[in-house]
Design a protein around this ligand. Sequence first.
Ligand SMILES: [Zn+2]
Length: 125
Amino acid sequence: MYEVAVEQEFDAAHYLRGYQGKCENVHGHRFRVVARVRAKETDDIGMAYDFTRLRQQLGQVVGRFDHVCLNDTPPFDKINPSSENIASTIFTELQPILTGTGFSLSNIQVWESPHSSVTYFPEGE
Ligand SMILES: [Zn+2]
């Protein structure tokens, strides 16, 4: 089994609705997103999943979150832009645009600060 990972960053503002504390006020983060793809085997040139392709595909998903207030950007105009919801949203949007067979999107990890992250795995993993 192989696990291929790429990471991307985006800068965004957010605030947490219903949270009692500092995070209910608008503030910014440099969010770091790690996407991991699992493959049982490599292809005929020895690769499990092309880093470049995965980075482009992750970029397609997270691009619209860069330099915005997440609370104004769907789906976070309706659901809280917590790191948990950011991770599950990226997972749900990235999974269908991965191309090819023989692999699966394993998880999405979102770092909200250098010391705090959340990882979303699909149910049953
Ligand atoms: Zn925050």
